[in-house]
Design a protein around this ligand. Structure first.
Ligand code: 4AD
Ligand code: MG
Length: 467
């Protein structure tokens, strides 16, 4: 077959150079037609849309044509023509076809309409479906939007370590990193493992957050963000938790909690606007296919100001709901760590828009949050979203060395792990704030998918690390 340089389908469908000879390569989605003419829907992943290949059967070898089955990979030379029937403006009249990779009938994506559960079992192939193609193109676009948002505002992308010896969130749900022989662990007289001879000479884990190192950077570069993989060994088998997820953590010197809320709101709105502006075909597909309210919800978030409400007020609203007969699975009282059902009640039923809840009880929040004058609450902020619950968690940070030290001692956090963090408060301490956005939670919102396992290519969850 004559060598013609390849045109991606996304570009081909926009091309109006009818009569030109083009080459397209891709995977066969469907093939239909008569004894004389066949129509192949070809997709190469560059867009949700297929290009239609028109094949005059008389011009081609019968054995070759037999190999053009669903899932097969082909290269087509042909004439770009104006299309009448394909739903697209352009189609290709095939002049030459080469089968690059055949695909037999054990290919699991023969038919449409597989369940999400089944597609998770074939996560190595599911990107070839319309749905996952759309989701992963949107995922890429959101990553670009995030970098653009911060870069345009003078933030520096700062790489924090993935292997760490400190537990930022203090929840202790960390995956250990070791080169020790697990069958032959050296222990001291109390039965505690001796790590002196381990790779790092001490106990090490995968990071649960880049925040603490992010704070070091913010108190030097002013405004930074991290964007990297994050690991949590919490045994939560929910549609919103992953053991490996991606988090974006901006940290800004001189920002107080209000600045932090403004930044979070602008940030999310920027990302949602980006999706509507740059991924409309994919968003529209997901809207029509799964979730007729998706586009409306995205547009709604752009128009509305987020509610800003102290935790204590939020609890009052929830208690009133209970008094009026609303049933929650988990109890509501001041001091409780809100469950997703509580968060969603506030967002979806009470306010009907995103809510930023602030000033949580210090007992349910991390040690580094700025302590309020009341002695009971800290300057935390969680951004709560429809259908998702918590999408962002953050706070103003405790900048006072003595107050921070007291909290570290109360919580019995080992000082040997924290000396470097405390140096930020010792040497030119400054007020500062930051937050963490769960990338996959944002994607749940933007794609309308209902399970977090369906917005990351290869999900890691309890008892699942396939692929
Ligand atoms: O609220 P979190 O635990 O906050 C922190 O880690 C802070 N260090 C952030 C900061 O202030 N720099 O986590 C932040 C966000 C959550 O709001 C949620 O969106 C997401 O990370 N997240 C998860 N996403 C998927 N699976 C999990 N297991 C998650 N845990 C948290
Ligand atoms: Mg949180």
């Amino acid at each position: 077959m004559e060598k013609i340089s390849r045109t991606k389908i996304v570009d081909l469908l926009k091309c109006r150079d009818f009569g030109a000879m083009v080459n397209v390569k891709g995977w066969v989605r469907t093939r239909r037609g008569s004894k004389q003419v066949n129509f192949i829907a070809l997709n190469d992943g560059s867009t949700i849309n297929n290009v239609q290949i028109v094949v005059d059967l008389a011009n081609f070898d019968e054995e070759m044509l037999k190999q053009i089955t669903t899932g097969a990979c082909i290269s087509v030379n042909g004439e770009l023509t104006e299309s009448i029937g394909s739903g697209q403006a352009a189609e290709v009249q095939a002049r030459g076809i080469e089968v690059l990779g055949t695909c037999d009938n054990t290919y699991p994506l023969q038919k449409k309409g597989h369940t999400m559960e089944f597609l998770r079992e074939i996560a190595h192939l599911r990107p070839r479906t319309n749905t996952f193609g759309a989701v992963f193109r949107i995922r890429h676009n959101m990553a670009i939007a995030i970098h653009k948002f911060f870069h345009e505002r003078g933030f520096f992308y700062f790489h924090t370590p993935i292997i760490t010896a400190s537990d930022c969130e203090g929840a202790g749900q960390m995956f250990q990193v070791t080169t020790k022989n697990l069958y032959d662990l050296k222990k001291d007289e109390n039965g505690a493992i001796i790590y002196d001879d381990d790779f790092f000479g001490k106990q090490a884990s995968l990071t649960v957050s880049g925040q603490l190192e992010g704070e070091l950077a913010a108190t030097a570069l002013g405004a930074i963000y991290t964007f990297g993989p994050t690991f949590r060994a919490e045994n939560s088998n929910t549609p919103r938790h992953l053991a490996e997820f991606w988090m974006i953590e901006p940290e800004v010197a001189f920002n107080d909690i209000t600045d932090n809320m403004d930044l979070a709101e602008d940030f999310i709105k920027y990302c949602v606007q980006w999706a509507l502006d740059n991924c409309y075909d994919d968003v529209k597909f997901l809207n029509d296919m799964f979730d007729k309210g998706l586009i409306e919800r995205l547009q709604g978030v752009l128009k509305e100001e987020f509610v800003r409400l102290p935790y204590t007020e939020g609890i009052k609203i929830l208690e009133e709901a209970v008094a009026k007969g609303h049933k929650f699975e988990f109890p509501v009282y001041w001091g409780v760590d809100l469950a997703s059902e509580h968060e969603r009640y506030l967002v979806e039923e009470h306010f009907k828009r995103p809510v930023i809840l602030t000033d949580y009880p210090k007992e349910i929040k991390a040690f580094y949050m700025k302590q309020n004058e009341d002695g009971k609450t800290v300057r935390a902020m969680d951004v709560l979203f429809p259908k998702i619950g918590e999408i962002i968690g953050g706070s103003e940070r405790e900048a006072d060395y003595d107050k921070l030290m007291t909290r570290i001692q109360e919580l019995e956090i080992p000082m040997k792990d924290m000396w470097w963090y405390l140096d930020t408060r010792k040497f030119g301490s400054c007020p500062h704030s930051g937050f963490g956005l769960g990338f996959e939670r944002l994607l749940l919102f933007v794609t309308g998918m209902t399970n977090i396992r369906d917005v990351i290519p290869f999900p890691r969850t309890p008892r699942n690390a396939e692929f």
